[in-house]
Design a protein around this ligand. Structure first.
Ligand code: E4P
Length: 211
């Protein structure tokens, strides 16, 4: 299992690098637009701040453009590249072409059937947009569960994205997601519980230790 930062802001990547338990970074076109540097510079900065995967989402809309963009991302990011390729008929075709040379994920999956196609096309990762799926389909956690059932026994793993609460993060893992990607505030939220703080304060009152 791995937990990733969902952000293209270098200062946020620096914060989670210090924590030591966030193992990679996911980006998307919207997140890249929030960085104050051009995408190429942003990706170079981000990859220097993680020893794990850096996900880059293709924006080209034709096959030749997508293939070229994927290869360009690999030139910039190197062996840590995971391409995010949309779950469309064209996207699956691009995954089938690129997956022998660059690690591919399929993003914005909204059905277990699409997860099966992602696997057959050669994707290492199938990305479920959990909260968006709840809003659009009624139950994003059920989507993760169905995807896990279809992908059982294969090498294709599930990354749960679009997570809006610690409960949704845990439920995604319980439903079979292998990995999570979360914005900085949500990473802080899953590491925090008010009773943990209260408990530590109680011990601090009368207790002693090494100092
Ligand atoms: C994941 O890779 C996506 O960048 C992200 O989680 C999408 O989340 P949203 O639904 O909040 O846009």
């Amino acid at each position: 299992m791995a937990i990733y930062l969902d952000s293209a802001i270098a200062s946020e990547a620096k914060v989670v690098k210090l924590w030591g338990w966030v193992k990679g970074i996911t980006t998307n076109p919207t997140l890249l637009s929030q960085s104050d540097t051009p995408p190429e510079t942003t990706l170079k900065n981000l990859v220097a701040l993680t020893s794990g995967p850096l996900y880059y989402q293709l924006v080209a809309s034709d096959k030749a453009g997508m293939l070229a963009e994927g290869r360009k991302a690999f030139e910039i990011i190197g062996s840590q590249t995971i391409l995010k390729i949309p779950a469309t008929p064209l996207g699956f075709e691009v995954v089938a072409s690129l997956s022998p040379e660059i690690t591919c994920s399929v993003t914005a999956i909204y059905s277990a059937a699409q997860a099966a196609v992602a696997r057959e096309a050669g994707a290492k990762i199938a990305i479920a947009y959990v909260n968006r799926a709840t809003r659009l389909l009624g139950d994003g956690i059920a989507l993760v569960r169905d995807m896990a059932s279809v992908l059982k026994g294969s090498d294709t793993e599930i990354l749960a994205a679009s997570i809006k609460s610690p409960e949704e993060a845990a439920a995604s893992l319980q439903a079979g997601a292998h990995h999570l990607t979360l914005p900085l505030a949500m990473l802080q939220a899953i590491a925090t519980h008010e009773f943990s703080q209260k408990t530590v304060e109680e011990f601090a009152k009368g207790g002693i230790g090494l100092r």
